[in-house]
Design a binder for this molecule. Sequence first.
Ligand SMILES: [Zn+2]
Length: 424
Amino acid sequence: MSALPDPPGTDHDALVGTLLQLVRSEPTSTRASLTERSGMGRTIVTQRVNELIETGLLAETGRGKSTGGRAPREVRFRREAACVVGVEVGASSIDVALTDLAGRPLGCHEQSWDVARGPDATLDQIDVIIDRLRTAHQPRAVPLVGIGVGLPGPVEFATGTPVAPPIMPGWDGYPVRDHLAARHGVGVWVDNDVNVMALGELRAGTAVGVRDFLYVKVGTGIGAGLVSDGRLHRGTGGCAGDIGHIAVVGGAPQPCRCGKRGCLEALAGGAALARDALACAENGSSPYLSARLGDDRPALMASDVAAGARSGDHTCADLLKQAGEQIGRTLAGLINFFNPSLVVIGGGVALSGDLLLASIRHSVYALSLPLATRTLRVEMSALSSQAGMVGAAFTAIDELLAPRQLPGWTHRLCRDPLPQAATA
Ligand SMILES: [Zn+2]
Protein backbone atom coordinates (compact mmCIF):
# COMPACT_ATOMS: atom_id res chain seq x y z
CA MET A 1 0.00 0.00 0.00
CA SER A 2 1.11 3.56 -0.69
CA ALA A 3 2.77 5.41 2.18
CA LEU A 4 1.76 8.79 0.76
CA PRO A 5 -0.87 10.60 2.80
CA ASP A 6 -4.12 11.45 1.01
CA PRO A 7 -4.78 15.12 0.31
CA PRO A 8 -7.00 16.91 2.84
CA GLY A 9 -10.67 16.04 2.36
CA THR A 10 -9.95 12.67 0.73
CA ASP A 11 -10.74 9.64 2.79
CA HIS A 12 -8.58 6.70 1.68
CA ASP A 13 -11.20 4.01 2.34
CA ALA A 14 -14.03 6.02 0.81
CA LEU A 15 -12.12 6.47 -2.46
CA VAL A 16 -11.06 2.80 -2.58
CA GLY A 17 -14.72 1.83 -2.00
CA THR A 18 -15.90 4.18 -4.75
CA LEU A 19 -13.28 2.88 -7.22
CA LEU A 20 -14.18 -0.74 -6.48
CA GLN A 21 -17.86 0.03 -7.10
CA LEU A 22 -16.99 1.71 -10.40
CA VAL A 23 -14.74 -1.06 -11.73
CA ARG A 24 -17.29 -3.72 -10.71
CA SER A 25 -20.00 -1.99 -12.74
CA GLU A 26 -18.12 -1.87 -16.07
CA PRO A 27 -16.26 -4.58 -18.00
CA THR A 28 -13.19 -2.33 -18.31
CA SER A 29 -12.20 1.15 -17.18
CA THR A 30 -9.23 3.44 -17.63
CA ARG A 31 -7.59 5.60 -14.98
CA ALA A 32 -8.94 8.61 -16.86
CA SER A 33 -12.52 7.31 -16.92
CA LEU A 34 -12.31 6.45 -13.20
CA THR A 35 -11.00 9.94 -12.46
CA GLU A 36 -13.94 11.42 -14.32
CA ARG A 37 -16.57 9.11 -12.78
CA SER A 38 -15.27 9.37 -9.21
CA GLY A 39 -14.88 13.14 -9.36
CA MET A 40 -11.49 12.83 -7.59
CA GLY A 41 -8.05 14.03 -8.62
CA ARG A 42 -6.10 12.13 -11.26
CA THR A 43 -3.00 11.53 -9.12
CA ILE A 44 -4.88 10.11 -6.16
CA VAL A 45 -7.05 7.91 -8.41
CA THR A 46 -3.95 6.56 -10.14
CA GLN A 47 -2.36 5.78 -6.76
CA ARG A 48 -5.42 3.93 -5.49
CA VAL A 49 -5.85 2.00 -8.74
CA ASN A 50 -2.20 0.93 -8.52
CA GLU A 51 -2.78 -0.22 -4.94
CA LEU A 52 -5.77 -2.28 -6.00
CA ILE A 53 -3.72 -3.84 -8.82
CA GLU A 54 -1.09 -4.76 -6.21
CA THR A 55 -3.70 -6.53 -4.06
CA GLY A 56 -4.75 -8.63 -7.07
CA LEU A 57 -8.32 -7.29 -7.18
CA LEU A 58 -7.71 -5.32 -10.39
CA ALA A 59 -5.66 -6.18 -13.44
CA GLU A 60 -4.44 -4.23 -16.44
CA THR A 61 -5.90 -5.74 -19.58
CA GLY A 62 -4.41 -3.84 -22.49
CA ARG A 63 -4.89 -0.52 -24.19
CA GLY A 64 -8.21 1.24 -24.67
CA LYS A 65 -9.20 3.72 -27.35
CA SER A 66 -6.83 6.60 -27.94
CA THR A 67 -8.21 10.11 -27.84
CA GLY A 68 -5.02 11.42 -29.41
CA GLY A 69 -1.58 10.25 -28.40
CA ARG A 70 -0.80 7.00 -26.63
CA ALA A 71 -3.88 4.84 -25.83
CA PRO A 72 -4.57 4.52 -22.08
CA ARG A 73 -4.19 1.20 -20.27
CA GLU A 74 -7.47 -0.47 -19.31
CA VAL A 75 -8.12 -2.07 -15.94
CA ARG A 76 -10.75 -4.61 -14.93
CA PHE A 77 -12.07 -6.25 -11.78
CA ARG A 78 -10.51 -9.73 -11.32
CA ARG A 79 -13.73 -11.55 -10.45
CA GLU A 80 -12.04 -14.90 -11.06
CA ALA A 81 -9.41 -14.36 -8.33
CA ALA A 82 -11.54 -15.91 -5.55
CA CYS A 83 -14.82 -17.76 -4.90
CA VAL A 84 -17.64 -17.23 -2.45
CA VAL A 85 -20.61 -19.37 -1.46
CA GLY A 86 -24.20 -18.12 -1.24
CA VAL A 87 -26.65 -20.15 0.83
CA GLU A 88 -30.40 -19.56 0.79
CA VAL A 89 -32.32 -21.46 3.43
CA GLY A 90 -36.08 -21.42 2.78
CA ALA A 91 -38.91 -22.85 4.86
CA SER A 92 -38.76 -26.01 2.73
CA SER A 93 -35.55 -25.78 0.71
CA ILE A 94 -31.79 -25.23 0.70
CA ASP A 95 -30.23 -23.54 -2.36
CA VAL A 96 -26.46 -23.11 -2.54
CA ALA A 97 -24.33 -21.43 -5.22
CA LEU A 98 -20.55 -21.29 -5.57
CA THR A 99 -19.83 -18.00 -7.39
CA ASP A 100 -16.96 -15.81 -8.49
CA LEU A 101 -16.45 -12.32 -7.02
CA ALA A 102 -19.02 -10.92 -9.47
CA GLY A 103 -21.71 -13.27 -8.13
CA ARG A 104 -21.70 -15.42 -11.27
CA PRO A 105 -22.52 -19.03 -10.35
CA LEU A 106 -19.80 -21.62 -11.07
CA GLY A 107 -22.05 -24.35 -9.70
CA CYS A 108 -25.42 -24.59 -7.89
CA HIS A 109 -27.30 -27.13 -5.80
CA GLU A 110 -31.00 -26.89 -4.93
CA GLN A 111 -32.87 -29.37 -2.75
CA SER A 112 -35.96 -29.79 -0.57
CA TRP A 113 -35.34 -29.46 3.16
CA ASP A 114 -37.55 -28.75 6.15
CA VAL A 115 -35.97 -25.90 8.14
CA ALA A 116 -37.88 -27.17 11.20
CA ARG A 117 -35.37 -30.04 11.38
CA GLY A 118 -33.29 -27.55 13.35
CA PRO A 119 -29.91 -25.86 13.02
CA ASP A 120 -27.60 -28.84 13.67
CA ALA A 121 -29.03 -31.09 10.96
CA THR A 122 -29.53 -28.18 8.55
CA LEU A 123 -26.01 -26.77 8.91
CA ASP A 124 -24.53 -30.28 8.60
CA GLN A 125 -26.40 -30.64 5.32
CA ILE A 126 -25.18 -27.21 4.16
CA ASP A 127 -21.59 -28.23 5.01
CA VAL A 128 -21.97 -31.35 2.85
CA ILE A 129 -23.39 -29.34 -0.08
CA ILE A 130 -20.63 -26.73 0.13
CA ASP A 131 -17.95 -29.44 0.16
CA ARG A 132 -19.51 -31.13 -2.89
CA LEU A 133 -19.82 -27.89 -4.85
CA ARG A 134 -16.21 -26.97 -4.07
CA THR A 135 -14.94 -30.36 -5.16
CA ALA A 136 -16.87 -30.20 -8.43
CA HIS A 137 -16.62 -26.51 -9.40
CA GLN A 138 -13.93 -24.58 -7.51
CA PRO A 139 -10.98 -23.93 -9.86
CA ARG A 140 -7.64 -25.11 -8.54
CA ALA A 141 -5.57 -22.35 -6.87
CA VAL A 142 -8.65 -20.13 -6.52
CA PRO A 143 -9.47 -19.70 -2.82
CA LEU A 144 -12.87 -19.66 -1.13
CA VAL A 145 -12.92 -16.34 0.75
CA GLY A 146 -16.41 -15.93 2.16
CA ILE A 147 -19.89 -17.34 2.72
CA GLY A 148 -23.18 -15.43 2.70
CA VAL A 149 -26.36 -16.91 4.14
CA GLY A 150 -30.03 -15.93 3.91
CA LEU A 151 -32.41 -17.31 6.55
CA PRO A 152 -36.23 -17.25 6.51
CA GLY A 153 -36.62 -15.18 9.66
CA PRO A 154 -35.26 -12.17 11.58
CA VAL A 155 -31.45 -12.16 11.90
CA GLU A 156 -29.16 -9.97 13.96
CA PHE A 157 -26.69 -9.10 11.20
CA ALA A 158 -23.84 -8.02 13.51
CA THR A 159 -23.64 -11.46 15.15
CA GLY A 160 -25.11 -13.68 12.42
CA THR A 161 -27.73 -15.20 14.69
CA PRO A 162 -31.47 -15.69 14.15
CA VAL A 163 -33.71 -13.84 16.61
CA ALA A 164 -37.03 -15.49 17.56
CA PRO A 165 -37.76 -16.73 14.02
CA PRO A 166 -41.42 -17.84 13.86
CA ILE A 167 -40.97 -20.75 11.41
CA MET A 168 -37.55 -22.02 12.57
CA PRO A 169 -37.96 -24.01 15.79
CA GLY A 170 -34.65 -24.47 17.62
CA TRP A 171 -32.84 -21.70 15.70
CA ASP A 172 -33.39 -18.80 18.13
CA GLY A 173 -29.96 -17.43 19.07
CA TYR A 174 -28.09 -20.25 17.30
CA PRO A 175 -24.58 -19.09 16.25
CA VAL A 176 -25.02 -19.77 12.51
CA ARG A 177 -22.16 -17.49 11.49
CA ASP A 178 -19.71 -18.96 14.00
CA HIS A 179 -20.59 -22.54 13.06
CA LEU A 180 -19.93 -21.99 9.34
CA ALA A 181 -16.84 -19.83 9.95
CA ALA A 182 -15.27 -22.51 12.16
CA ARG A 183 -16.11 -25.28 9.68
CA HIS A 184 -14.93 -23.54 6.50
CA GLY A 185 -12.29 -21.12 7.79
CA VAL A 186 -13.61 -18.01 5.99
CA GLY A 187 -15.63 -14.90 6.80
CA VAL A 188 -19.38 -15.55 7.05
CA TRP A 189 -22.28 -13.08 6.93
CA VAL A 190 -25.86 -14.02 7.76
CA ASP A 191 -28.95 -11.95 6.98
CA ASN A 192 -32.65 -12.54 6.51
CA ASP A 193 -33.71 -13.95 3.16
CA VAL A 194 -35.53 -10.87 1.89
CA ASN A 195 -32.53 -8.61 2.51
CA VAL A 196 -30.23 -10.93 0.57
CA MET A 197 -32.75 -11.08 -2.30
CA ALA A 198 -32.94 -7.27 -2.40
CA LEU A 199 -29.14 -7.12 -2.55
CA GLY A 200 -29.11 -9.71 -5.35
CA GLU A 201 -31.55 -7.59 -7.38
CA LEU A 202 -29.43 -4.48 -6.72
CA ARG A 203 -26.17 -6.08 -7.86
CA ALA A 204 -27.28 -8.44 -10.62
CA GLY A 205 -31.06 -8.33 -11.15
CA THR A 206 -33.93 -5.97 -11.95
CA ALA A 207 -32.61 -3.15 -9.76
CA VAL A 208 -29.05 -2.75 -11.14
CA GLY A 209 -28.25 0.98 -11.04
CA VAL A 210 -31.38 1.87 -9.03
CA ARG A 211 -30.73 3.96 -5.87
CA ASP A 212 -34.10 3.62 -4.09
CA PHE A 213 -36.25 0.53 -4.38
CA LEU A 214 -38.32 -2.03 -2.51
CA TYR A 215 -37.97 -5.78 -3.01
CA VAL A 216 -41.15 -7.60 -2.01
CA LYS A 217 -41.15 -11.35 -1.54
CA VAL A 218 -44.51 -13.06 -1.74
CA GLY A 219 -43.94 -16.64 -0.67
CA THR A 220 -45.41 -18.58 2.23
CA GLY A 221 -45.11 -15.28 4.07
CA ILE A 222 -44.62 -11.69 2.86
CA GLY A 223 -41.57 -9.53 3.51
CA ALA A 224 -39.68 -6.64 1.96
CA GLY A 225 -36.09 -5.48 1.61
CA LEU A 226 -35.40 -1.72 1.38
CA VAL A 227 -32.58 -0.22 -0.61
CA SER A 228 -32.14 3.49 0.12
CA ASP A 229 -29.55 5.60 -1.71
CA GLY A 230 -27.92 2.43 -3.06
CA ARG A 231 -27.59 0.71 0.32
CA LEU A 232 -29.57 -1.99 2.07
CA HIS A 233 -31.46 -0.49 4.99
CA ARG A 234 -31.61 -3.06 7.81
CA GLY A 235 -32.90 -0.77 10.55
CA THR A 236 -31.83 -0.63 14.20
CA GLY A 237 -32.74 -4.21 15.06
CA GLY A 238 -32.45 -5.72 11.57
CA CYS A 239 -36.18 -6.13 11.03
CA ALA A 240 -36.79 -3.24 8.60
CA GLY A 241 -39.15 -4.29 5.84
CA ASP A 242 -41.10 -6.87 7.82
CA ILE A 243 -44.25 -5.73 6.01
CA GLY A 244 -46.11 -9.05 6.31
CA HIS A 245 -47.12 -8.10 9.82
CA ILE A 246 -48.55 -4.68 9.03
CA ALA A 247 -52.20 -4.70 10.08
CA VAL A 248 -54.63 -4.28 7.18
CA VAL A 249 -58.21 -3.04 7.17
CA GLY A 250 -60.57 -6.01 7.05
CA GLY A 251 -57.72 -8.37 8.00
CA ALA A 252 -58.19 -12.11 8.36
CA PRO A 253 -59.96 -13.28 11.52
CA GLN A 254 -57.46 -16.17 11.82
CA PRO A 255 -54.35 -15.46 13.88
CA CYS A 256 -51.11 -14.82 12.00
CA ARG A 257 -48.07 -17.02 12.64
CA CYS A 258 -46.63 -14.09 14.60
CA GLY A 259 -49.48 -14.54 17.09
CA LYS A 260 -51.28 -11.30 16.23
CA ARG A 261 -54.44 -10.83 14.19
CA GLY A 262 -55.13 -8.75 11.09
CA CYS A 263 -51.67 -9.05 9.48
CA LEU A 264 -51.24 -8.65 5.69
CA GLU A 265 -49.51 -12.02 5.53
CA ALA A 266 -52.45 -13.83 7.19
CA LEU A 267 -54.66 -12.42 4.43
CA ALA A 268 -52.53 -12.51 1.27
CA GLY A 269 -49.44 -14.70 1.82
CA GLY A 270 -48.94 -18.15 0.33
CA ALA A 271 -50.08 -19.93 3.50
CA ALA A 272 -53.25 -17.82 3.53
CA LEU A 273 -53.91 -18.64 -0.15
CA ALA A 274 -53.49 -22.35 0.63
CA ARG A 275 -55.93 -22.03 3.54
CA ASP A 276 -58.52 -20.19 1.41
CA ALA A 277 -58.02 -22.69 -1.42
CA LEU A 278 -58.92 -25.55 0.90
CA ALA A 279 -62.10 -23.74 1.96
CA CYS A 280 -63.07 -23.15 -1.70
CA ALA A 281 -62.40 -26.81 -2.53
CA GLU A 282 -64.54 -27.98 0.36
CA ASN A 283 -67.48 -25.64 -0.24
CA GLY A 284 -67.50 -26.42 -3.96
CA SER A 285 -66.99 -22.84 -5.18
CA SER A 286 -63.94 -23.93 -7.24
CA PRO A 287 -64.33 -27.04 -9.40
CA TYR A 288 -60.58 -26.99 -10.11
CA LEU A 289 -59.56 -26.95 -6.44
CA SER A 290 -62.21 -29.57 -5.51
CA ALA A 291 -60.73 -31.87 -8.14
CA ARG A 292 -57.20 -31.31 -6.82
CA LEU A 293 -58.24 -32.32 -3.33
CA GLY A 294 -58.36 -36.08 -2.64
CA ASP A 295 -57.72 -38.77 -0.05
CA ASP A 296 -54.03 -38.79 -0.90
CA ARG A 297 -53.91 -34.99 -0.97
CA PRO A 298 -55.65 -33.57 2.09
CA ALA A 299 -54.20 -30.05 1.74
CA LEU A 300 -53.65 -27.54 -1.09
CA MET A 301 -50.84 -25.11 -1.81
CA ALA A 302 -50.63 -21.57 -3.19
CA SER A 303 -49.23 -23.09 -6.40
CA ASP A 304 -52.57 -24.94 -6.86
CA VAL A 305 -54.33 -21.56 -6.88
CA ALA A 306 -51.90 -20.21 -9.50
CA ALA A 307 -52.35 -23.33 -11.64
CA GLY A 308 -56.13 -23.07 -11.28
CA ALA A 309 -56.09 -19.43 -12.37
CA ARG A 310 -54.02 -20.35 -15.44
CA SER A 311 -56.51 -23.08 -16.33
CA GLY A 312 -59.39 -20.57 -16.24
CA ASP A 313 -60.90 -21.28 -12.81
CA HIS A 314 -62.62 -18.02 -11.77
CA THR A 315 -62.42 -18.63 -8.03
CA CYS A 316 -58.65 -19.19 -8.22
CA ALA A 317 -58.26 -16.02 -10.28
CA ASP A 318 -60.33 -14.10 -7.72
CA LEU A 319 -58.22 -15.40 -4.83
CA LEU A 320 -55.04 -14.16 -6.53
CA LYS A 321 -56.61 -10.82 -7.48
CA GLN A 322 -57.75 -10.22 -3.91
CA ALA A 323 -54.33 -11.13 -2.53
CA GLY A 324 -52.66 -8.78 -5.04
CA GLU A 325 -55.08 -5.99 -4.16
CA GLN A 326 -54.31 -6.31 -0.43
CA ILE A 327 -50.56 -6.40 -1.06
CA GLY A 328 -50.84 -3.40 -3.41
CA ARG A 329 -52.89 -1.48 -0.84
CA THR A 330 -50.18 -1.92 1.78
CA LEU A 331 -47.44 -1.12 -0.75
CA ALA A 332 -49.22 2.10 -1.77
CA GLY A 333 -48.78 3.41 1.78
CA LEU A 334 -45.13 2.38 1.81
CA ILE A 335 -44.55 4.00 -1.60
CA ASN A 336 -46.06 7.28 -0.40
CA PHE A 337 -43.72 7.15 2.59
CA PHE A 338 -40.50 5.93 0.91
CA ASN A 339 -40.86 7.24 -2.70
CA PRO A 340 -38.89 4.45 -4.45
CA SER A 341 -38.44 4.44 -8.24
CA LEU A 342 -38.88 0.66 -8.44
CA VAL A 343 -40.73 -2.14 -6.68
CA VAL A 344 -39.40 -5.63 -7.49
CA ILE A 345 -41.82 -8.48 -6.82
CA GLY A 346 -40.38 -11.94 -6.20
CA GLY A 347 -40.98 -15.08 -4.15
CA GLY A 348 -42.57 -18.41 -5.09
CA VAL A 349 -46.19 -17.24 -5.13
CA ALA A 350 -45.45 -14.13 -7.20
CA LEU A 351 -43.32 -16.08 -9.67
CA SER A 352 -46.03 -18.66 -10.32
CA GLY A 353 -48.03 -16.36 -12.65
CA ASP A 354 -48.69 -12.82 -13.89
CA LEU A 355 -52.10 -12.33 -12.29
CA LEU A 356 -50.79 -11.44 -8.83
CA LEU A 357 -48.32 -8.92 -10.30
CA ALA A 358 -51.06 -7.35 -12.44
CA SER A 359 -53.32 -7.00 -9.42
CA ILE A 360 -50.54 -5.52 -7.25
CA ARG A 361 -49.72 -3.00 -10.01
CA HIS A 362 -53.35 -1.98 -10.42
CA SER A 363 -53.78 -1.39 -6.72
CA VAL A 364 -50.46 0.45 -6.31
CA TYR A 365 -51.12 2.88 -9.17
CA ALA A 366 -54.70 3.49 -8.05
CA LEU A 367 -53.83 4.23 -4.43
CA SER A 368 -50.39 5.88 -4.38
CA LEU A 369 -49.86 9.62 -4.70
CA PRO A 370 -49.48 10.78 -8.34
CA LEU A 371 -46.06 12.29 -7.62
CA ALA A 372 -44.87 8.99 -6.10
CA THR A 373 -46.01 6.93 -9.10
CA ARG A 374 -44.93 9.34 -11.86
CA THR A 375 -41.70 7.42 -12.48
CA LEU A 376 -42.47 4.28 -10.46
CA ARG A 377 -41.99 0.85 -12.03
CA VAL A 378 -43.40 -2.37 -10.54
CA GLU A 379 -41.50 -5.30 -12.04
CA MET A 380 -41.06 -9.04 -11.55
CA SER A 381 -37.71 -10.25 -10.15
CA ALA A 382 -35.20 -10.90 -12.94
CA LEU A 383 -33.22 -13.33 -10.77
CA SER A 384 -36.37 -15.35 -10.12
CA SER A 385 -35.68 -18.45 -7.98
CA GLN A 386 -31.92 -17.70 -7.96
CA ALA A 387 -32.41 -14.37 -6.14
CA GLY A 388 -31.75 -15.95 -2.73
CA MET A 389 -28.51 -17.80 -3.38
CA VAL A 390 -27.05 -15.15 -5.71
CA GLY A 391 -28.09 -12.44 -3.24
CA ALA A 392 -26.48 -14.39 -0.38
CA ALA A 393 -23.24 -14.54 -2.38
CA PHE A 394 -23.38 -10.74 -2.78
CA THR A 395 -23.97 -10.38 0.97
CA ALA A 396 -20.50 -11.90 1.41
CA ILE A 397 -18.95 -10.11 -1.60
CA ASP A 398 -20.11 -6.64 -0.54
CA GLU A 399 -18.73 -7.16 2.96
CA LEU A 400 -15.43 -8.57 1.67
CA LEU A 401 -14.97 -5.63 -0.70
CA ALA A 402 -15.55 -3.07 2.04
CA PRO A 403 -12.14 -1.30 2.13
CA ARG A 404 -11.59 -1.98 5.87
CA GLN A 405 -11.91 -5.74 5.18
CA LEU A 406 -9.45 -5.91 2.25
CA PRO A 407 -6.18 -6.31 4.22
CA GLY A 408 -7.63 -9.36 6.00
CA TRP A 409 -8.08 -11.56 2.95
CA THR A 410 -6.74 -10.16 -0.34
CA HIS A 411 -3.32 -11.77 0.28
CA ARG A 412 -5.10 -15.06 -0.53
CA LEU A 413 -6.28 -13.99 -4.01
CA CYS A 414 -5.27 -16.20 -6.92
CA ARG A 415 -2.68 -14.33 -8.98
CA ASP A 416 -2.59 -16.70 -11.93
CA PRO A 417 -3.42 -15.13 -15.26
CA LEU A 418 -6.43 -17.10 -16.38
CA PRO A 419 -7.37 -18.22 -19.88
CA GLN A 420 -9.24 -15.63 -21.98
CA ALA A 421 -12.49 -17.61 -21.74
CA ALA A 422 -12.56 -17.19 -17.97
CA THR A 423 -12.43 -13.40 -18.18
CA ALA A 424 -14.82 -12.87 -21.08
ZN1 LIG B 1 -48.32 -11.34 11.73
